[in-house]
Write a protein that binds this ligand. Structure first.
Ligand code: 5AD
Length: 355
């Protein structure tokens, strides 16, 4: 665990590198830190995208509530349990339940039931991560008690002024940060993250994002490049969007985060893969150690286009698994099956708390 606060200028330096050899060296350095602190085994979490119904209206996101071009769906209990069973049989170790943000009781109770049933069908063996947005502490506790033990809630952007330009006025940065603190208090391994390359975002912002992760002492990081979606207010803000540059910025951010935070779990996200087929493997080589293969039935995938060009629209879960295993082996890493792959940072901070 890194006990000294990362140096902001050093973060800015890393994030500003532009020469290919220097960038390559940064990835190599990050990879060494990864080997030393978390090893070279990739942990998988099958992700089920439960529903695209969302009460939020974030300017960058394809499933924002006012996007009427998106058909809304919600996967029924039986189908979710089948997908969970499949993950368990594949020995994935963990799954993630993700959906748009909703706080109504019908929904929060539905999640509690799902968590309980997934724990039952796997005799407690499948680890459950939730990614279901802002909720009350009571709801977080209810889900924790039902058996979920990790939670992902991206802050999206840690600079409050920039945050305001990305969201309608009733979306509160403070509330989101409070949610992260509640999650930690309830006992979850807590994850957050940002998008990289947002309109108006600079390398200074990104360096401050990493300092935010450090200050909030989070256990897991999930972040990826911002990719414009045509049916959002941000579609027109990014003329000449460059996939290669966006990918590089995402990888540099992963590398700088690994070097700065050392023992956290870092996901190599689908947005990297959207920019280049091997993007997630590149993420692993730049310091990430988690991959979240999509196990949602392909019939729903069109409905979960947070950004354009999201890959795997018609690739089913078994195909994804086979391709992923091959590509992970090809870069000299392997998959840790039947393992929750908990955050080492979480374990270290528990030890630290007892000292
Ligand atoms: N590009 C990249 N990522 C996006 N997300 C939402 N919209 C976009 C976009 N246009 C991310 C957000 C959210 C996660 C589920 O998807 O960071 O937390």
């Amino acid at each position: 665990m890194n006990k000294t606060r990362p140096n902001r200028d050093e973060l800015i330096r890393m994030l500003s590198l532009s020469q290919p050899e220097e960038i390559e060296a940064l990835y190599k350095q990050a990879y060494q830190v990864k080997l030393q602190h978390v090893g070279n085994k990739v942990h998988l979490r099958g992700i089920i995208e439960l529903s695209n119904i969302c009460s939020k209206d974030c300017y960058y996101c394809g499933i924002r509530s006012t996007n009427t071009k998106m058909e809304r769906y919600q996967i029924c209990r039986e189908e979710v349990l089948e997908e969970a069973q499949w993950c368990f049989q594949q020995r994935y170790g963990s799954l993630v339940l993700q959906a748009g943000e909703r706080e109504d009781k019908f929904w929060t109770d539905f999640i509690t039931e799902l968590v309980t049933e997934i724990k039952e069908l796997s005799q407690g063996k499948l680890g459950i991560t939730l990614s279901l947005g802002e909720q009350t502490e009571e709801v977080y506790r209810q889900w924790f008690e039902a058996g979920a033990h990790r939670y992902l809630l991206r802050i999206e952007e840690s600079d409050q002024e920039l945050y305001k330009t990305l969201h309608p006025a009733d979306h509160s940065f403070e509330k989101r940060r409070e949610c992260l603190r509640s999650l930690r208090k309830v006992g979850y391994q807590t994850g957050t993250g940002v998008m990289i390359g947002l309109p108006g975002q600079t390398v200074e912002h990104l360096a401050d994002d990493i300092l935010f992760f450090y200050d909030e002492d989070v256990d897991m990081i999930g972040m990826g490049p911002f990719i414009p979606h045509k049916d959002t207010p941000f579609a027109h803000l990014v003329p000449g969007y460059d996939n290669e540059k966006a990918l590089e910025a995402g990888l540099k951010m992963i590398a700088a985060t690994r070097i700065a935070l050392q023992d956290v779990n870092i996901a190599s996200t689908t947005a990297l893969q959207a920019l280049k087929p091997a993007g997630r493997e590149m993420g692993l080589l730049a310091g990430a150690n988690i991959i979240m293969p999509n196990v949602t039935s392909t019939s729903y995938r069109k409905g979960y286009q947070l950004y354009e060009g999201k890959p795997g629209l018609d690739e089913n879960a078994p195909d994804t698994r086979d391709a992923l295993e091959k590509s992970i082996l090809s870069i000299g890493e392997s998959i840790a099956y039947d393992d929750w792959g908990d955050s080492k940072h979480f374990a270290n901070r528990q030890v630290g708390a007892k000292e």
